[in-house]
Design a protein around this ligand. Structure first.
Ligand SMILES: Nc1ncnc2c1ncn2[C@@H]1O[C@H](COP(=O)(O)OP(=O)(O)OP(=O)(O)O)[C@@H](O)[C@H]1O
Ligand SMILES: [Mg+2]
Length: 205
């Protein structure tokens, strides 16, 4: 290897290191805010409709830009649940951003809530690309992502800003507040995430 090749190799390696460091930074930032939360949780009576609406208002401009229709379907007098409002806003935000990315353009996202069989059921539904069957049991795994946004110097796809942590964190928090999450999906038709909160975590206002 001559001097020029060696220099090229060194620069290539530095590039890869830099990319990995910024990726590691993003992972640490996301996980540490998640890990710190237990001590800082503010548990109160949370209105899930309010949490969903906060997240929607945050994404309003983006949803308009992509011409995505939003339908809200919250029943009257939904029970409040014992949880942290800001974390539930984050939960909705993660699900809605995924929905937005799956729909791309001109689709529809439905967000709703109702009491069904003694449980509070919250739904985030999209008319997007859907999730292949073989991925359904992986989507909650940390670092599982199918979103490739850039290429490295060898033109291999790289996982840019998509860490594959969104649903992992969503599920952890829902479980922490006594709930559970399920997913139904059909390729080409769309995806529905259902979150259930049993009456044991409901709260009087
Ligand atoms: N609404 C959806 N429609 C289709 N696929 C989805 C949907 N939500 C999640 N997925 C699939 O599940 C994978 C994991 O989602 P998750 O939110 O955990 O990570 P991500 O969106 O890829 O990355 P990040 O949330 O860290 O930016 C996605 O890469 C995608 O393949
Ligand atoms: Mg995501």
């Amino acid at each position: 290897m001559d001097r020029l090749q060696l220099e090229e190799e060194i620069f290539k390696t530095l590039d890869i290191l830099e990319e990995n460091v910024s990726r590691a930074d993003a992972v640490i930032e996301r996980l540490s805010s998640f890990a710190k939360k237990p001590r800082e949780l503010k548990i109160e009576a949370v209105d899930l409709k309010k949490a969903a609406e906060m997240a929607l208002s945050f994404l309003e401009a983006e949803l308009n830009y992509y011409n995505i229709k939003v339908e809200k379907a919250f029943a009257e007098d939904l029970p409040l649940i014992r949880a942290d409002l800001h974390i539930l806003e984050d939960v909705f935000l993660n699900l809605l951003v995924n929905a937005r990315q799956a729909v791309e353009q001109n689709g529809k996202i439905t967000v709703g809530g109702r009491v069904q069989d003694g449980e509070l059921e919250v739904v985030v539904q999209d008319t997007g690309v859907g999730i292949p069957k073989e991925n359904l049991d992986k989507i909650f795994d940390p670092f599982f992502t199918t979103k490739f946004v850039s290429q490295d110097s060898e033109h291999r796809p790289m996982k840019g800003s998509h860490l594959g942590l969104g649903l992992f964190i969503v599920r952890e928090f829902i479980q922490r507040f006594g709930g559970r999450i399920a997913v139904h999906s059909e390729i080409g038709k769309g995806t529905t995430f259902c979150i259930f909160f049993p009456s044991s975590v409901w709260m009087k206002p």
